[in-house]
Ligand binder design. Sequence first.
Ligand SMILES: Cc1ncc(COP(=O)(O)O)c(C=O)c1O
Length: 387
Amino acid sequence: MTLYSEDNTLLLLPGPVAIHPRVYAAMDVPIYGHRTDHFRKIYEESVKMIRPVFGTDSADAYLLTGSGSLGLEAGIVNFISPDDSAIAMVAGKFGERSAKIAKVYAKEVVEIKSPYGTPSLPEQLEKAFEETSASLVTVTHNETSTAVLNPLEEIVKVAHKHGALVMADTITSAGGDWVKMDEWGVDIAVSGSQKCFGLPPGLAFVLASRKAVDHMLSIEQRIPSFYADLVMFKNAVEKGSGTPFTPAISLFYGLHESLKIIQEEGLENRIKRHHQMGEIIRESMKAMGLELFAKEGYYSNTVTAVKIPQSISWEELNKTIRKLGLIVAGGQGSMKGKIFRVGHMNIVGSREVLLAISVIETALNKLGHETSGRGIQRAQEMIAEHI
Ligand SMILES: Cc1ncc(COP(=O)(O)O)c(C=O)c1O
């Protein structure tokens, strides 16, 4: 018996995420042209409201139409010249993504690899700089594929000591965890709409510090690019002609509303909520006898990765969970079949967590992993402490 239809399913993926009704409502309005004062106002206000989410009051914010990977590409191609080398810190699938992009454009890319489930560490970067020079370091702040939060602030310190800029993939941290561009000195931070900003996929955000922008403008031999050319983008926006290409106008209406929601909740409260939801999910998983995939001390605020018990297959688990009206993610690449991942981004609160734990526990029990209700009990206890 299937109790839920596909369109009434709770989406707890690490992106795309469930969307606030106010954001849907904001997008469900007639399209004004993008060369209008109406759109320009939405764009300019969004630029102002998005900066604090990245912990900056002075960085340039480029709001691009495209997925997060476009932001990563723009965050790399505009800040190096063809003779520059890069170091890519890789601790999961998305670290690999940045490394792949860097390899398209940089003269040489040295990859610093950490085993999946463990973080990229500043001492690894220090060691790499003993053997190589690089003008750009790429690092994934929140590695969505392993649910590991990398120590960005310390990594930036090492990169700066060696004169390199840092391009941080903050796609699943910005809006759900602290990203302190100004305080930590992050040069370029990239995010996307379908994660903690709570929008449908389709927008990429590239924030570049004054230092990074000055560097970009000083590069004499720029690497050719067109859609990802931030200098063209900057010039068009600053001239008042708007974005150089047709933006995803409806998504911008949604972005404006979602940034208002973030302001209303308060960034600190929002991050605290993400943290609490993460804690409850992690503790409930442990109470059910499951093991977390990420190394302790480096847990993500926005996604939790859990090892699947050996007696159960991911296919069976996924099928059962979906029958009960929930969607979570499996493992990517070599982690396929070994872990599942629960996203706790955007509007996820106690109700969603109670439901998710209950569904996962029911599925585990049904498939022979007996838990005697310990998971949901732990979630209830922890939630009761907070209300
Ligand atoms: C950390 C991280 N980087 C990059 C990406 C790629 O973003 P997109 O699929 O929007 O291009 C994702 C998507 O899940 C991500 O989580």
